[in-house]
Design a protein around this ligand. Structure first.
Ligand SMILES: Cc1cc2nc3c(=O)[nH]c(=O)nc-3n(C[C@H](O)[C@H](O)[C@H](O)COP(=O)(O)OP(=O)(O)OC[C@H]3O[C@@H](n4cnc5c(N)ncnc54)[C@H](O)[C@@H]3O)c2cc1C
Length: 310
């Protein structure tokens, strides 16, 4: 898994950048033959398998500015080079963006958590990417930097289809994510279906983000994000709207939510029907909603007055 294992056979140049400017200069100098690398957990195995590999790699994992976590005016800025292990260790993430911690906890391999970056998770655009689905439910924005400067985009605008994002990692670097910090009365949770067959990743990943006003269990904000082995990460806008009028502690709400997410998954062919896992979706959704509700109510003096959109 370490870069050096494949470097001798397949790679002409491997550059550890110490700044984003350096990384971009390297990409430009080898234009058409170069690519960004983060933890290499996806890219290096792919390069080992394929013959048409990219010969020059700009490694951004040692760039300190993209490994930061900072709080700024109610928002948390998370560098795109943060690994899942680092996110788990961050007190700021644990307290202010607990959904990202939950995402990291669901990645079962410690080696992957130690190497894999949040930026790489998003750019690779797989639906069953825990970090990406969490960021979708949080309504995060992503900062993309290239030789002409940086721009912030809503994360949901990045995905073209499963495995294809709008970030061109031959010229662009995901430098940061901007995430609204958790407020009182807000609850988040993530749940995954186990890997199917010989796969090593969850077959479906679901994230929920709810906001309650004090003394009410009818949410004034709901975000639901889902992704699977066979689909790109997506927000479930219609189901979000349906939940806005419902009491989240009512058993009927759990039935409505579970059935709606199951029906969406069937309609969008999110799973391989042969493995029969569609029937497990309602229980998964109920588990996530229950945990999100517990968190939202755990503040006691729930006083959320924040925006109702994510
Ligand atoms: C055994 C195994 C188990 C896994 N389990 C899980 C799991 O449970 N959940 C999960 O979500 N994922 C899982 N993954 C997938 C993978 O580890 C993640 O998607 C990971 O976050 C990719 O990040 P990386 O830094 O390793 O990306 P890399 O492999 O370095 O790169 C992947 C792609 O992203 C681009 N890229 C990387 N960083 C940047 C950047 N900052 N800017 C622009 N482009 C960039 C690269 O050019 C490349 O195209 C697993 C992988 C393996 C091998």
């Amino acid at each position: 898994m370490h870069p050096h294992q494949t470097r001798k056979r397949t790679i002409k140049g491997y550059y550890f950048a110490s700044s984003i400017q350096e990384a971009i200069a390297y990409l430009m100098a080898h234009h058409g033959e170069s690519q960004v690398i983060g933890g290499g957990t996806l890219l290096l195995p792919m390069m080992q398998q394929k013959r048409d590999m990219t010969p020059y790699l700009a490694d951004v994992s040692r760039v300190s500015s993209i490994c930061r976590v900072a709080e700024n005016d109610g928002e948390i800025v998370v560098g795109g080079g943060n690994t899942f292990a680092r996110l788990q260790q961050s007190d700021t993430i644990r307290a202010r963006v607990p959904l990202l911690c939950q995402a990291a906890e669901q990645i079962r391999s410690p080696q992957i958590r130690r190497l894999a970056t949040l930026g790489g998770n998003v750019v690779s655009a797989y639906g069953n990417a825990h970090g990406t689905v969490a960021l979708m439910a949080l309504g995060a924005e992503v900062e993309i930097t290239n030789s002409t400067g940086s721009q912030w985009l809503p994360i949901h605008s990045l995905f073209v289809k499963r495995g294809v994002s709008r970030v061109d990692s031959a010229t662009e670097i995901v430098t940061a994510f901007r995430i609204p910090a958790r407020r009182a009365g807000q609850g988040t949770a993530m749940a995954s279906l186990p890997a199917a067959g010989a796969q090593w990743r969850s077959s479906l990943v679901l994230a929920i983000n709810i906001k309650l006003n004090k003394g009410s269990v009818v949410p004034h904000g709901v975000a639901l994000a889902v992704g699977s082995t066979d689909s790109a990460p997506a927000r479930l806008d219609e189901i979000e709207d349906e939940l806005l009028d419902l009491a989240l502690d009512d058993a009927k709400t759990y039935d409505i939510l579970g059935e709606a997410i199951r029906a969406d998954a069937v309609e969008q062919h999110r799973l391989d029907a042969a493995d029969g896992a569609y029937d497990d979706i309602p229980a998964l959704a109920a588990q996530a909603l229950e945990r999100a509700l517990d968190m939202a109510l755990s503040d006691g003096s729930s006083t959320s007055t924040g925006p109702t959109t994510f």
